[in-house]
Write a protein that binds this ligand. Structure first.
Ligand code: CA
Length: 230
């Protein structure tokens, strides 16, 4: 069964190119031009991923995504013509998984769609698999405890705070400074110490889950936690 994509885009030529590129990748695409139509379809469920234009005739993609996040964690890719950093960050901070800047290559967009679908493992296929699997990493803030695949991790205070921060926003890249802040590390201490904590966290996670490396290094930027569901 092909994955089902919802495209909310009011520019018809762009939409046609996207639909074509997705079809070439055997991805099924439903297209609407209005935010309200998109929201109604998303409420109905059944989509594996949504591609949202930011500027829509009856609203904007960011608001649509915020509303969507109230009831669904379906992956979202933004199409935006606005290149300033704030828009990008806002796009990702409201729970989107990726964005492409217009003008973009539909083929590249299709490749990104496939990457995200691989990452989340598809929601519509695999009949018989449980819809919700135990989370790879679970944070119990009340008990200040984090488990990996149900097994508690033995973490220092700083490691706990860093992993808790990363886990709150899977895929989001946190700078070393942001992680130092989160962990309450003194500003005077070297950012290198975040690297030390990350190294230790990786070792402890590897002891529980040797088959994956969930903490990603983004050179010159910081770290993120991969969204792993099993
Ligand atoms: Ca538009």
């Amino acid at each position: 069964m092909p994955a089902s994509i919802l495209l909310v885009e009011d520019d018809r030529p762009i939409a046609e190119n996207v639909i074509l590129a997705l079809a070439r990748e055997n991805l099924d695409c439903r297209h609407v031009a209005l935010a309200a139509e998109g929201l109604a379809l998303l409420r109905g469920g059944g989509f594996d991923l949504a591609i949202l234009d930011v500027g829509l005739p009856d609203g904007n993609g960011f608001d649509l995504c915020r509303t969507l996040r109230g009831f669904s964690d379906v992956p979202v890719i933004f199409l935006t013509a606005r290149s300033d950093e704030i828009d990008r960050v806002v796009g990702l901070e409201i729970g989107a998984d990726d964005y492409v800047l217009k003008p973009f290559s539909p083929r590249e967009l299709a490749a990104r769609v496939k990457t995200i679908l691989r990452r989340v493992g598809g929601r519509n296929g695999n009949a018989g698999e449980p819809a919700v699997s135990p989370h790879f990493i679970e944070v119990d803030a009340e008990r200040a405890r984090i488990t990996c695949r149900g097994q508690p991790l033995d973490l220092s205070r700083s490691e706990y705070l860093i992993l808790k921060t990363l886990a709150a926003r899977p895929e989001k890249v946190f700078s070393r400074a942001a992680l130092m802040d989160a962990a309450g590390l003194a500003e005077a201490s070297l950012e290198r110490s975040v690297d030390t904590h990350i190294k230790s966290l990786r070792a402890k996670l590897a002891a529980r889950a040797p088959d994956v490396d969930p903490i990603q290094t983004h050179r010159g930027l910081g770290y993120s936690l991969t969204r792993i569901t099993t």
